[in-house]
Design a protein around this ligand. Structure first.
Ligand code: ATP
Ligand code: K
Ligand code: MG
Length: 703
């Protein structure tokens, strides 16, 4: 098990450095393997460079074997060819390094995918790999859960460190919003029955492996759009360079094919072309290291632009283990009477709330759940649903003096409406009791026996610590937080105030949550949603960024496009930061790349028209004013530009992988700063870089 714990542990602390031999060595091999034109085909800019490398290599070989004698020295074609190959290799290396960390994690995850033998609930055993959805398996303390599923019986503490890297055990239980379990995790205490939900080979772990490995990665619409733009630019420059020759010839300045290829490569956006995919992969990787599995790159990008965040209350903002703490009867009803009715209404209620009511009646009031008559024939359980916000039982009567009892407990307004429908009267006192519980931030459940109101059950829940600071930070990023809950207005307002969210929607059904998201989206806003429950699933699916708590239900985990293994609702802060960082990094490096190429133009173009000045000593020629960089010779100028063009790629790899630093300042301030740094920097850098390289090539090497 030690490998199991160490792999994700490494993930949490940031993973291996990309310069460690374990990542660097395979990446170097990959960067050569990726020279395969079928792979380069996906990246037109680099494909053009590779074609240029082939052409210049051909010319070099022709010169070297005496097949052809160009008007430039053989070292010139050779040097350009080598640096063009290196340009492509550097681009490949950037991508391979970005993929490297994920590949290393995938190997570690694969190692823990041992095939256990599962014990079926109805007897017999089956290899874990052969389990199908619907199979029920028994897992005891000390055993590994054989597949993804939902706890249908029992409660247990589970060690999920294998996937989360977090050593503290978590509670998984039947009935509530903490029912999902993941194959490969281990039960520490007690026994649970799990209903398998995964298809063979389609487990969470399998998805996680495919994800960190990059196998599941598809280019996002933004990446595709930028790719098309870059390919278009390359095409334009191809036409420009191809039509340049007649002009140069007219000017009486002979120009070689090698020079034209070099000019083309210098002009097309090779820097961003080489780094684009590495930037995207690194963004996903940064999320994985924060224990977030993003199932779509598009969602990662969307998270950088999120305007509104919706969070559900119970289990997301609060701990979510709501427990019954008091029975509060209305006048004329004894506490014991209320406790008994609430217990009966909860005997068939498998939710944690329902079980806690039974526990309180038994332990606090000495009632005996097994003697309560709920085992009688003809008893009908009314399960809790998010739509009705009620649960209970219909107990058939035993004779004329004991008629049928319809016991219900549920949200105050739901029970009040039901009592009204049945022709009962609602005592004013009920409102006071409900509001009293709500004002303390608790969830009140009203209890009724048919049309007769009996009182209120107080369910207690606790707000997770540190919420306020995190929501403040989201506000500073320009994100509005809205808490959505099925709970009543007063409880909702109380918790909202304590947690520090901007707005709150109470008494929300799943449809209402969905409608709220659609409303925001119609207003042109990008919406993120964080939730854990089955009743959050439709909203999670509709949101642009749907972050499911890993602690939640299987339905929620499948509906979202991200899963947070730490089940931390404020993880969205980090997700947004990674998303913004990704967008900013891509923008910054695109700006840098294009600004750079403009400067290279000034290095190469004078060189092309140079024969005019280079052949007449003393006379600088009509185009000498273009030679602003005062480079040694035309050959040295061209080689220097190509060398600079290549080495700028590995120099920028750290920025592409780590991302440009993000600080929560306004968008315009950020844009101004980046234009200054990457735009102006991109313009100036080549002048210095090419000049320095020229000093070596011309000054030291004498070319
Ligand atoms: N087991 C239960 N039996 C009867 N009523 C319940 C039960 N559990 C919850 N309720 C009532 O139904 C309301 C909605 O509960 P639910 O857990 O669906 O809320 P939600 O929409 O998921 O929002 P959140 O989880 O943020 O509170 C609760 O506020 C409570 O009044
Ligand atoms: K370029
Ligand atoms: Mg919920």
């Amino acid at each position: 098990m030690s490998t199991v714990a160490s792999a994700p542990g490494a993930r949490r602390t940031g993973g291996a450095s990309v310069l460690s031999p374990a990542i660097l060595r395979p990446a170097l091999v990959e960067s050569v393997v990726k020279l395969d034109p079928r792979i380069q085909f996906r990246n037109p800019v680099m494909l053009v460079v590779e074609l240029g490398a082939v052409v210049t290599t051909g010319i070099w070989l022709a010169q070297a074997t005496g097949l052809s004698d160009g008007d430039q020295p053989a070292w010139f074609a050779a040097t350009v060819a080598i640096w063009l190959w290196l340009t492509v290799v550097f681009g490949n290396l950037a991508e391979a390094l970005a993929e490297g960390r994920g590949k290393a994690q995938a190997d570690a995850l694969r190692a823990m995918r041992t095939d256990t033998v599962a014990r079926l609930a109805d007897g017999g055993t089956r290899p874990a790999s052969a389990l199908r959805p619907g199979d029920r398996v028994v897992v005891d303390a000390g055993e590994t859960i054989p597949g993804d599923g939902t706890v249908v019986e029992g409660i247990a503490s589970v060690d999920e460190s294998a996937i989360t890297g977090e050593s503290a055990p978590v509670i998984r239980e039947a009935g509530g919003d903490r029912s999902a379990v993941t194959g490969g995790t281990r039960v520490l205490s007690d026994r649970i029955v799990v209903e398998i939900t995964q298809e063979p080979g389609g487990s969470f772990l399998d998805r996680m492996i495919a994800l960190v490995e990059g196998a599941a990665r598809r280019r996002t619409p933004n990446e595709v759009a930028l790719g098309i733009l870059l390919a278009g630019l390359s095409l334009v420059f191809l036409v420009v360079v191809a039509t340049l020759r007649p002009f140069v010839d007219f000017a009486g300045s002979g120009v070689s094919t090698v020079t034209l290829v070099a000019l083309l490569v210098a002009l097309i956006p090779t820097t961003i072309g080489a780094l684009l995919s590495a930037i995207g992969i690194a963004g996903m990787d940064r999320l994985v290291r924060r224990n977030v599995l993003a199932l779509s790159g598009r969602a990662v990008e969307a998270s950088g632009d999120v305007d509104v965040l919706l969070l559900d209350k119970t289990g997301t903002i609060t701990f979510g283990n709501r427990r019954a703490t008091a029975f509060l009867p209305v006048a004329g009803v004894t506490e014991r009477e209320l406790a008994e009715a609430a217990m009966l209404a909860s005997l068939a209620d498998g939710t944690p709330e329902g079980r806690s009511v039974v526990d309180l009646a038994r332990d606090g009031h000495g009632l005996d759940p097994s003697a309560a008559g709920a085992q009688r024939a003809g008893v009908e359980a009314i399960p809790f649903t998010a739509e009705t916000r009620m649960s209970g039982v219909d107990l058939p009567g035993t004779g004329p003096d004991e008629p049928t009892r319809e016991l219900r407990k549920g949200a105050g307004d739901a029970v009040v409406a039901r009592v009204g429908d049945l022709g009962g009267t609602v005592p004013d006192e009920l409102r006071r009791l409900l509001d009293g519980v709500a004002q303390e931030g608790g969830t009140p459940l009203a209890v009724a026996d048919g049309a007769r109101v009996l009182g209120v059950v107080h369910l207690k829940d606790v707000v997770k610590p540190g919420m306020r600071e995190r929501f403040d930070r989201l506000r500073a990023m320009g994100i509005r937080t809205i808490m959505v809950t099925g709970d009543n207005r007063i409880t909702a307002a109380r918790i909202a105030e304590e947690a520090g969210v901007d707005d709150v929607l109470a008494e929300a059904t799943p449809e209402r949550k969905l409608e709220l998201i659609r409303e925001q989206q119609r207003g042109g806003r990008l919406v993120a949603m964080t939730g854990d429950g089955t009743n959050d699933a439709p909203a999670l699916a509709q949101a642009d960024v749907g972050v499911a708590m890993s602690s939640g239900t299987q339905a929620a985990r499948e509906a979202g496009n991200m899963v947070d293994l730490d089940s931390d609702p404020t993880k969205l802060i980090e997700i947004v930061e990674v998303g913004k960082q990704l967008l900013i990094t891509r923008g910054a490096l695109t700006t840098f790349s294009i600004a750079n190429d403009v400067a290279k133009y000034f290095a190469i173009l004078p060189a092309i028209f140079a024969t005019a000045w280079a052949t007449r000593p003393g006379d600088d020629g009509p185009l000498a004013s273009l030679n602003v960089m005062d480079l040694g010779t035309p050959s040295s100028a061209i080689v220097s530009a190509i060398v600079f063009n290549a080495i700028v790629i590995p120099l920028l790899v750290p920025i592409a992988l780590r991302g440009v630093a993000y600080r929560p300042v306004g968008a315009t301030a950020l844009l101004r700063r980046n234009l200054l740094v990457y735009g102006l920097g991109g313009l100036i850098a080549p002048f210095i870089g090419i000049k320095l390289i020229d000093l070596v090539v011309h000054g030291v090497l004498g070319a």
